[in-house]
Design a protein around this ligand. Structure first.
Ligand code: ZN
Length: 198
């Protein structure tokens, strides 16, 4: 026996496929959406479609942006010879909030994770190596301190160091396995100041 209408079932299935949403949350969200005014649901659907259609990778640092070059890469006062490597755009935002970093970024969009089949070719490592062929003094590896983040940092270090570029790793103090976006700005600033050469 079908407990809900077919439309609700479909909505619950789609919502449950999103990260961090279990079947209970998916049901709660589905009923919430059904009870929302029609115009609000339409606005939500529209902003989702618009975001998907218009957000792209910055052609330099690969962060998510609305234009060809993101606002950070477009700024003339950022030090283009210093590149901080982060796993995702949320981590970039966390470092930007500290207002202590004057270099530019490189967003990998993930970390190497053999467990779930993510290899070096699945994230933006090749693109980083290409950038490093230009004038770069230092690459700061600010991947998470999880196993995947450490593996990724080691992998990149082995590729970049032979190019004669200084490679540093953000200091511990960032809790092990911690998602960077949840760490406060003071801790992030300290991790950046205390970075060590690899
Ligand atoms: Zn950029």
């Amino acid at each position: 026996m079908e407990l809900y209408s077919g439309y609700i079932n479909k909505l619950v299935d789609e919502l449950a496929a999103l990260p961090g949403i279990g079947s209970k949350s998916a049901q709660r969200l589905a009923f919430h959406l059904i009870n929302m005014p029609q115009d609000k649901v339409e606005r939500l659907a529209k902003v989702m479609t618009e975001a998907k259609a218009n957000v792209r990778y910055c052609s330099q640092c690969y962060t998510l942006t609305d234009s060809d070059i993101c606002p950070i890469c477009a700024k003339s006062n950022r030090n283009k010879r210093m590149i901080m490597v982060v796993e995702n755009t949320r981590d970039l935002a966390a470092y930007e909030k500290t207002q202590k970093y004057e270099g530019v970024y490189h967003v990998l969009h993930g970390a190497i994770s053999p467990m779930i089949g993510i290899g070096p070719g699945d994230i933006k490592i090749k693109e980083l190596v290409e950038r490093c062929a230009g004038d770069v003094d230092e690459v700061i590896l600010a991947t998470n301190s999880s196993l995947e983040g450490e593996t990724t940092a080691m992998y990149i270090s082995k590729l970049i160091k032979p190019m004669g570029i200084k490679v540093t790793r953000i200091a511990s103090g960032v809790p092990v396995g911690g998602d960077l976006e949840y760490i406060d700005e003071v801790t992030l600033s300290r991790a950046l100041d205390g970075r060590l050469e690899m």
